[in-house]
Design a protein around this ligand. Sequence first.
Ligand code: HMG
Ligand code: MG
Length: 304
Amino acid sequence: MSGSVRVVEVGPRDGLQNEKISLPVEVKVEFIRRLAAAKLRTIEAGSFVSPKRVPQMADTAEVLRRLQADAAVRYPVLVPNTKGMEDALAAGAGEVAVFASASETFSRKNIGCSIAESIERFRPVLELAKARSIAVRGYVSCVLGCPYEGQIAAAAVGSVSRQLVELGCYEIALSDTIGIGTPRQARDVVRAVADEIGIGMLAVHFHDTRGQALANILACLEEGVAVVDSAVAGLGGCPYAPGASGNVSTEDLVFMLEGMGVSTGVNLGLAVEAGRFISAHLGRGSGSKVAQAMVSHGDPRQAM
Ligand code: HMG
Ligand code: MG
């Protein structure tokens, strides 16, 4: 297992895209500032998608404009097509992510086109990015199951991942969109995709709908994965994936990794604070077990 893991914080995007209320720009910017203060070095800041489909992300350009430039922090944004890419560039985005699916039905529900069409839509996005030296990450949804199709073949996941790498994505985030997978399955899919594109290209993005995310992450870390997505307070979900709930929480992930001697660089106390801040604005408690325990019992690690 790697001695360090890069944590990709997706709370401001995956977390807030699925909330009933749209938070004001000032709150989003303060949330992201607090995440950066917790030493999260990659913070997905929003998305350039149809405001009719995901109104919660409609102000992403304004969020990006208000963020303080910081050479140490990356603020990627999601883009589904050339329009999204042009808008992201105009707003000063320094990194973007395209998002495909291993399930045909989810692809159509989420982005209105087939998997093959999505790859063709991403091609000019990657060309624009290359011309501007902008890094592009690729997501593959439904790698451990689909809310519409059920089981998804590992070969389908490998095929989409390889096509995204061929387009120029520097990393593929294998995503359990609805938190349906279990550890042996997660490990097998990672192995199958690593055979296609190499383990060093892989990140995992696991929703925690059924409480399996940490176990699945651990299984993938044992395979050599060293990049993990998470969201403080366990925020998250996808409006086009019925039954999807929050991502694995950043606080729980960091607690597990640091406890195993795997360094993340993240300040757990400040990550808990950032989670509390955003949960208060959403009018509910944190979904992170570690954050809940620290409220009730403090941080006993100080005494260890
Ligand atoms: P479409 O509806 O399929 O068709 O859009 P369209 O291309 O004809 O566009 C329809 C309207 O959207 C038009 O406006 C376009 O101008 C506009 P109208 O004429 O109706 O006024 N439009 C745009 N507006 C703003 N930004 C754009 C853009 N493109 C077109 N970039 C589209 C296709 C992909 C845009 C649409 O289906 C969409 O926005 N879908 C939302 C997808 C989304 O954000 N899903 C959640 C994020 S993915 C996720 O959460 C999974 C992930 O976390 C990994 C995991 O957990 O699995 C990443
Ligand atoms: Mg997600």
